[in-house]
Ligand binder design. Structure first.
Ligand code: SF4
Length: 236
């Protein structure tokens, strides 16, 4: 049996890993799947990407002696947006932003994990970071998965404290309510406004994609509409 811990480097994942260590549970590998915007820019918010690669992974490897595997799809978001459609009504035009229903970008998260599982010769048991106060998510656990946080009665608030105590809390919690790609079409308007205000170089990337995209970034807003809205709000 191979024991892996799925980790997003959010508070629940990291508190789970610290709980596994504290209680001496078997653990062979920590597995993290990173969606990339392009060859060099992560899909994670910059402060979270920096935390993952320059703090959390080194601490897990050097302090706790864990093996951390970073998985990535061969695709990246930007190059997929610029790919030309090979068939259909819009053949020859750029793919552009993902549709809200069944977005293609999900594959960049799902496929590397699926392929990693296929590569394993041993049966895999996966630890997932679900707190004891998340009953709906716990109810969906399959037999090959378990939640150390739930097994040891750890809530989401306790997970936050555990990470703080071990200097392993991502700075993302100071600025974002939701952990996900900075270019996510499901992001709240407040998060997108934060991106527009504080990360103009990333916003410029989205403007560029919108200019070749048939699909608007969000259901009711293109990137340009959002920009107008944010400018008006700031002027008030
Ligand atoms: S977080 Fe959003 S942008 Fe990132 S893969 Fe998921 S749906 Fe796509």
């Amino acid at each position: 049996m191979k024991y892996i811990a799925s980790c997003s480097f959010g508070k629940d994942s990291l508190a789970m890993i610290l709980t596994i260590i504290e209680h001496g549970l078997p653990l062979d590998e920590v597995v993290y799947c990173e969606v990339m915007f392009d060859d060099t820019i992560s899909g994670e918010y910059p402060e979270h990407a920096d935390f993952i690669h320059n703090k959390a992974i080194p601490i897990l490897e050097l302090v706790y002696g864990l093996k951390v595997r970073v998985l990535r799809h061969t695709w990246n978001y930007k190059s997929e947006c610029f790919k030309l459609r090979k068939k259909g009504k819009y053949e020859g035009t750029p793919v552009g932003f993902p549709l809200r229903r069944g977005p293609w970008c999900n594959k960049m998260k799902i496929h590397p994990i699926r392929d990693y599982r296929k590569e394993q010769t041993d049966e895999v048991h996966e630890y997932v970071g679900i707190a004891v106060d998340e009953p709906e998510r716990l109810a969906r656990l399959t037999p090959n998965k378990s939640s150390p946080l739930a097994d040891y009665g750890i809530t989401e608030a306790m997970a936050m404290e555990i990470c703080q105590e071990h200097f392993l809390l991502s700075p993302i919690y100071e600025t974002q309510v939701r952990n996900g790609c900075w270019f996510c079409h499901n992001a709240r308007l407040a998060a997108l406004k934060d991106l527009w205000k504080n990360y103009p170089h990333l916003w410029a990337e989205l403007r560029c994609i919108q200019s070749i995209s048939r699909v608007s970034f969000k259901q009711d807003y293109t990137i340009f509409d959002l920009e107008e809205r944010f400018k008006k709000e700031e002027a008030q």
